[in-house]
Design a protein around this ligand. Structure first.
Ligand code: GLA
Length: 386
């Protein structure tokens, strides 16, 4: 991939590599102060770049065959130098520059070329990867001392306040902190985190349903509101609860009937999913992959029945995966309403698994899934081009 970029942009001085992510456990809990367990994957957004001294940011996307340009000192309008609205994809880098400025940094003009093999809109965080790639590029050019967590938070703010998607911190965190061969146990309240080795002999297989996540943004925001509402009901009874994170599985039994059923279901998913992450980490530490896989399976049932973010195609992919030889566990991953499933599979069975999953999905739905056998990978980094 780097060769192709350099060929297209021979003057570039640096290249940033920013990975996508897949979440193994802990879905829809990062905006409830919860615990998550994502991993950065070996699918990347690459940016080749060099500095400009006229305050303009010129970006070309190799894959979309489009360009965009914005002045670094006039970001609020979300327009290019001629007063035309920026294309949607350019809002991510412009938002990062805007957010860095809010933090007191002074991002410079640049020429940049993007090339990516993270599928867009599939729930593997291509947008977080683009954000972190640009943040790391600006950091390199300015030689700023800024830690990875702050960089991730800057990118999250870009997405929340500039692009307008109310995401949590998980995706930006994973892209910034990825560790090869490890999952990342992340506490979204304390911001503490720990890499946990992926058990040897297991592979992460991602299956993209290729169903576009059409309702994703509105339904995602709606789920966030439902969680807020659940919290309000809880606070009327127990005022010192700060977030759904503070409730135990036992607590929620006593809250049944104290709020509308749908809201109760959303809350129950969040509380039990956080507990699954706790238990999942213990399983990984004790090399109990089968136990971990059962938690993934239970997570899917909860996302489907309680949180209601799955779709029939994802349920089909999960069911096919779970019943195939060598599979420890399978669930939908990411925000839902389309996108991907994640499967934990014995490495020696992974190739056959990928082929059969594709064939069986096609047979049942007449749709071609894209299936990737992935490696847990290093987080965003910048290298000079030789
Ligand atoms: C999206 C968001 C994340 C997280 C997941 C669901 O990927 O960007 O912050 O909420 O959905 O777990």
């Amino acid at each position: 991939m780097i060769d192709r970029l350099v060929e297209a942009f021979p003057r570039a001085e640096w290249v940033v590599t920013a990975p996508g992510r897949v979440n193994l456990l802990g879905e829809h809990v990062d905006y409830n102060d919860g615990l998550v367990l994502p991993t950065a994957i070996d699918r990347y957004v690459l940016i080749a770049f060099s500095a400009r001294d006229d305050g303009l940011v010129h970006i070309r996307s190799l894959d979309l065959n489009q360009s965009a340009c914005f002045p670094i000192n006039a970001l609020v309008a979300k327009q290019d130098g001629d007063g035309k609205d920026l294309p949607h994809w350019a809002l991510y880098p412009a938002g990062v520059a805007w957010s860095l400025k809010k933090e007191g940094f002074n991002p410079a003009g640049m020429d940049a070329m993007i090339h990516s093999n993270v599928p867009i809109g599939a729930g593997l965080s291509s947008s977080a990867a683009v954000e972190l790639a640009f943040a790391a590029a600006w950091q390199k050019m300015g030689d700023w001392k800024i830690d990875r967590m702050r960089l991730a938070q800057c990118c999250q703010r870009a997405e929340n306040a500039y692009v307008g998607v109310q995401c949590g911190l998980m995706d930006q965190f994973a892209c910034a902190h990825g560790v090869a061969r490890h999952a990342l146990f992340f506490d979204t309240r304390s911001l503490s985190w720990q890499p946990i080795p992926i058990p040897p002999g297991t592979s992460i297989v991602i299956a993209d349903s290729t169903i576009e996540r059409s309702l994703a943004a509105s339904a995602y925001n709606q789920r966030r509101e439902e969680c807020q509402l659940a919290l309000k009901y809880v606070q009327e009874i127990v005022p010192d609860v700060r977030s759904l994170r503070d409730l135990s599985v036992k607590d929620i039994m006593t809250l049944k009937g104290k709020m509308p059923k749908t809201i109760y279901h959303r809350m129950r998913h969040v509380v039990e999913e956080i507990e699954r992450v706790r238990q999942g980490c213990q399983r990984l530490f004790s090399d109990d992959v089968a136990g971990f896989g059962r938690l993934m399976n239970a997570g899917h049932v909860s996302l489907r029945d309680l949180f209601a973010v799955s779709i029939p195609e994802l349920d089909t992919l999960v069911e096919i995966g779970q019943n195939m030889p060598g599979c420890f566990g399978a669930r939908m991953t990411g925000a839902g309403f389309g996108g991907c499933t994640v499967n934990l599979v014995e490495t020696r069975a992974a190739k056959a698994f990928a082929q059969q999953l594709r064939a069986e999905y096609r047979k049942r739905t007449d749709v071609d899934a894209s299936v990737y056998i992935c490696k847990a990978s290093r987080g965003v980094h910048v290298e000079p081009i030789q």
